[in-house]
Design a protein around this ligand. Sequence first.
Ligand code: CAA
Length: 259
Amino acid sequence: MAYETILVEHRDAVTLITLNRPQALNALNSQVLADLGKAFAAYDADPSQRCAVLTGSGEKAFAAGADIKEMADKPAADFYLEDFFSDWQSKVVATRKPWIAAVAGFALGGGCELAMMADFIIAADTAKFGQPEIKLGVAPGMGGSQRLTRAVGKAKAMEMCLTGRMMDAEEAERSGLVARIVPAADLLEAALKTAATIAAMPPMAAMVNKEMVNTAFETGLAQGILTERRLFQILTATEDKKEGMAAFVEKRQGVWKGR
Ligand code: CAA
């Protein structure tokens, strides 16, 4: 598939998606959002692909937000009638297979929100996260007020949204926003290596583990524990469960069928 604003490569079973508007610090205009929606749907539908990494081109930014120049003169009614930020986001969030955001430099506004849609974030030591929309007279519009609050708690989320201040990589790791920090020069290699580790797992079990952890994020404890138990029970019926347990007993690597 051809994309205008992103690059998509396959590295064995790992899909690498790169936001490619470095001259605009990878700002998310409508074309980027449409391209991302298509790329994530294609990744999810391709059985040869088992994990994805989303990153930004250039060292300066993962993405500096939704495209301010595109939004500046757009009438409010158009935002509402088009349900702006809805369609592509549903496609990205609906991705059932695992994916990682590899963030170097600025992840601001929609850029921070996009990174938080990932299953987890690996950050370069140069990463800076923020929701500075208030300075533009608006507020987060791609889930930032909700996901950031769940990730780092009310105090930090509220402070960041109300002041627009950025969080550096150290603070982001301390606060639970990112899984791990690596030196900027090693970011892509570290993210691809982690993705390859996930890609080597039984693929259905990877999807189920993702669904379970997301349930913890999105529902209450009783519902989450019930969902976990049921999904665990479903996995016990798979060929990969039989193979995984036999491989353990026989002291060999499992060979996965994905079902
Ligand atoms: N939209 C459009 N263009 C952007 C952009 C954005 N969000 N962020 C940066 N750019 C463009 C700049 O306009 C500039 O282009 P020109 O060379 O044509 O002037 C280019 O990228 C480089 O940016 P700067 O010259 O500003 O670089 P800097 O190093 O001086 O500053 C920065 C970097 C602090 C990230 C600054 O660019 C900035 O503050 N960007 C905007 C951040 C922001 O407010 N993001 C939130 C957007 S609203 C949103 O995302 C809504 C939502 O929740 C969905």
